[in-house]
Design a protein around this ligand. Structure first.
Ligand SMILES: NC(=O)N[C@@H](CC(=O)O)C(=O)O
Ligand SMILES: [Zn+2]
Ligand SMILES: [Zn+2]
Length: 428
């Protein structure tokens, strides 16, 4: 099967391509990227006026499968992902049971290959059951294709145990993805510690809850030599510490989620649980630092932390709602609208942070690039399309977004994963 994508604006960070090209896909590979390809194909896709980019790689999602499939499943999460142009995602292990051994990783990978139109890389927990007492089967999980371990949802508070886990990960050649939150400092906080929390009579989460663990984890990475990826960074000091770590030559990378670079705590209306997530929406200075960090290259990755919950779990007050919001169907449009259109990032920066850098960090050599020989994971994105985000149109089971009703630009027209058209927009 050959698919020819004609006349699109190819953005390919690794080769620097930024212009009009045709792209020929055969089976699961890109075989040619040239000015004009005069060759027969089984299917022709006209990409005139659209960008053709490497499929997005979301390094941080919660697919809730196994155990919480009332929130999401490999099938619904996969369908939502490809709608958002995401062709590969890393699924966090805070499921039921927690993914903490080889068999559980193999089970998800086998089911995802059947059920999800997007590629799924299951991540393993650092500790058994994410309880923080003994290390999980890191070696077995690495052998089963976990590219990283993560205790996401919480931090491993026992630094000695975490250090052992990092050493093991380093030995196995995999990364550590860190959720940075000192649980002893949360003290019942549910949103950013500021005047908004005071006004609502809610307990606050200070920046230092995140910052002290970012500092600790960077120091542990320095000692163990493990590759450390800092998930959902939300504070100005996190950005500064990632800068210092890089200056020090450490293999440390930083991730920012769209909600953290778009919204501040001042945007929380009344007492709406759809604005509740961990870490919380922060102040203006933090949001500005995150944007600046993305612009100047300190922050490497845009990932969603897609965290679907049921209506019942989210349709509550700030104090009572579950932490987390959905993101995979809106991240490309939000990133384009909030960062690229205003000139903070270029289209190449966007492709880098949503695809190329994640591929490099994860060691996915055949991904993150629209060039000859690479995997045919491609997104065709039309930035001329303007629309209003409607949570009722989501393929995800989760409707918990603070972006419902927000105007954005940027529509995914086609998504190819593994050389197959896995999503086509109905709007044409
Ligand atoms: N981000 C969240 O608020 N929630 C995540 C956990 C996490 O990413 O820490 C979840 O699993 O629901
Ligand atoms: Zn987390
Ligand atoms: Zn998460």
């Amino acid at each position: 099967m050959k698919i020819l994508i004609q006349n699109g604006h190819v953005i390919d960070p690794p080769t620097g391509k930024d212009g009009i090209y045709d792209v020929m896909v055969e089976e699961d590979k890109i075989i040619r990227v040239e000015r004009q390809i005069k060759e027969e194909a089984d299917r022709i896709i006209d990409a005139t006026g659209c960008y053709v980019m490497p499929g997005f790689i979301d390094m941080h999602v919660h697919l809730r499968d196994p155990g919480f499939t009332y929130k999401e499943s490999l099938a619904t999460g996969g369908q939502a992902a490809v709608k958002g142009g995401i062709t590969t995602m890393c699924a966090m292990p805070n499921t039921k049971p927690v993914i903490d051994d080889r068999e559980k990783v193999e089970d998800v990978h086998a089911r995802a290959a059947k059920d999800s139109p997007a590629h799924v890389i299951q991540l393993g927990a650092v500790t058994k059951g994410q309880i923080g007492r003994e290390l999980a089967d890191i070696e077995g999980m690495a052998a089963a294709g976990c590219h990283a371990i993560s205790e996401d949802g919480k931090s491993v508070m026992n630094a000695s145990l975490y250090r052992k886990g990092m050493k093991k990960a380093k030995e196995c050649g995999i990364s550590v993805f860190a959720h940075c939150e000192d649980i002893t400092m949360v003290e019942g906080g549910v949103m950013n510690a500021d005047e908004n929390a005071e006004r609502l009579g809610l307990k606050g989460i200070t920046n230092s809850v995140e910052d002290v663990i970012v500092a600790r984890d960077i120091l542990l990475a320095k000692e163990t030599g493990v590759r450390l990826h800092l998930c959902h960074c939300s504070t100005a000091d996190s950005v500064e510490m990632v800068r210092l770590a890089k200056e020090d030559g450490l293999p440390v990378t930083g991730e920012v989620c769209p909600h953290h670079f778009i919204l501040t705590a001042d945007d929380i209306p009344e007492d709406d649980g759809n604005y509740k997530m961990n870490p919380p929406l922060r102040g203006r200075e933090d949001v500005d630092a995150l944007r600046e960090g993305l612009k100047n290259g300190i922050m490497d990755v845009i990932a969603t932390d897609h965290a679907p919950h049921s209506e019942e779990e989210k349709d509550r007050s700030m104090a009572e709602a579950a932490f987390g919001i959905v993101g995979i169907e809106t991240s490309a449009a939000l990133t384009y609208t909030e960062l690229v259109e205003p000139g903070i990032l270029t289209m190449t920066d966007m492709a880098e942070k949503m695809s190329t850098n994640p591929a490099v960090i994860l060691g996915l050599e055949d991904k993150g690039s629209v060039s000859e020989g690479k995997a045919a994971d491609i997104v065709i994105f039309d930035t001329r399309r303007e629309y209003t985000i409607d949570k009722n149109e989501f393929a995800s089971k989760g409707r918990n977004t603070p972006f419902h009703g927000r105007k954005v630009k940027g529509q995914v027209m086609y998504t190819l994963a593994g050389g197959t058209v896995v999503y086509e927009s109905e709007i044409r």
